[in-house]
Design a protein around this ligand. Structure first.
Ligand code: NDP
Length: 316
């Protein structure tokens, strides 16, 4: 363990659009923010190819370039962006203590939690093979590339229904692969799926493999009534396979101190970014199970930086 404890006014944890945007605002407000990127520098967007819905890029931009641009913008205002992973916190006192890579200790007056969420995958080796080449966990991000094609969405919750409906407006056909014999989504969302003609729901189906060429996905192998005497395998031919089986918010490190909802997302007060711990704020996918877009995360990062600035002013 390093002995010297670094003191900072504003510590930001996470390097997605929420973290970087918080850094831009905090730096411009002279909070001298220090940001730790986490293991996946740039966050989930670095795993996306083309991003066409982030305002300011009329021709589109790749996820990695977009994240690099936001990082550079933060650095232009002298935000101190460091590669490192926060693996322990102590939010029990007046000053918030944070440890990076199990060694360096920081004492922060304010902390912005922007650690994001991780999409769940089925765990098939083929998902890795076709990631970014047919396999996606975000229809709003990648659906446009499958215009006029056949795709499948896995899941039976609100996200799966919303994504299937969205894709149905772009694609020729959408299979909705549901492992149970019913949907878990809200009735309104279900009704929308049922009345959309080009969505075919495959109830009681599980995906056991994906296949295609070296470059692109061609289909999925499904099993109907898995584990029963009636079980039978069949293939569907698709160009895109969208996972919508939920996300896991990255809150493990904070859960001892920060109030979480039953899904593990950070709870914030009203429209603010304030958590239950004074001086600790949250922004982006780590507190938002609904919108989960780059632009909504960026906006949340802006709010968190403004809340941190006001908190410090009130305390001064
Ligand atoms: P949910 O946890 O609600 O649903 C996940 C779905 O994926 C379930 O149907 C589940 O099946 C299925 N699933 C999970 N694991 C597997 C697996 N290994 N194989 C196959 N299927 C699997 O997640 P959502 O992302 O849909 O929603 C998260 C929260 O966000 C919810 O509270 C939801 O209401 C909210 N939300 C609200 C929206 C809105 O209001 N517009 C839009 C999107 C989300 P099973 O049912 O069998 O467990």
């Amino acid at each position: 363990m390093e002995n010297s404890v670094e003191k900072v006014k504003c510590l930001i944890i996470g390097s997605g659009p929420a973290g970087y945007t918080a850094a831009i605002y905090a730096a411009r407000a002279n909070l001298k923010p220090v940001l730790y990127t986490g293991l996946q520098m740039g966050g989930q967007l670095t795993t996306t190819t083309e991003v066409e819905n982030f305002p300011g890029y009329p021709e589109g931009v790749t996820g990695p370039v977009l994240m690099e641009d936001i990082r550079k913008q933060a650095e232009r205002f002298a935000a101190d962006i460091r590669f490192g992973n926060v693996d322990k916190v102590d939010f029990s006192g007046k000053v918030h203590r944070v440890w990076v890579d199990s060694s360096k200790e920081i004492e922060a007056d304010t902390v912005i939690l922007a650690t994001g969420a991780t999409a769940k995958y089925l765990g098939l080796p083929a998902e890795e093979k076709f990631r970014g080449a047919g396999v996606s966990a975000c229809a709003t991000c990648d659906g446009f590339f499958y215009r006029g094609k056949d795709v499948a969405v896995v899941g039976g919750g609100d996200t799966a229904c919303e994504e299937a409906t969205y894709l149905a407006g772009l694609c020729r056909k959408v299979y909705l692969i549901v492992r149970k014999d019913h949907l878990r989504a809200s009735k309104a969302m279900q009704a929308r799926v049922f009345k959309t003609e080009n969505i075919e729901i495959l109830f009681e189906h599980n995906t056991i493999d994906l296949f295609g060429t070296e470059m692109s996905l061609e289909g999925a192998r499904l099993i109907y009534k898995m584990g029963t005497p009636e079980a039978r395998e069949h293939d569907i031919w698709i160009d895109g396979f969208f996972l919508a089986i939920g996300h896991t918010p990255n809150t493990d490190v904070f859960k001892e101190y920060i109030a979480l909802d039953k899904e593990g997302y950070i709870m914030t007060e009203g429209k603010s970014s304030r958590t239950n711990v004074p001086g600790v704020f949250a922004a982006g996918d780590v507190m938002d199970p609904v919108y989960r877009q780059g632009i909504t995360s960026a906006a949340a990062g802006c709010r968190a930086a403004i809340d941190a600035e006001r908190y410090l002013l009130e305390k001064a």
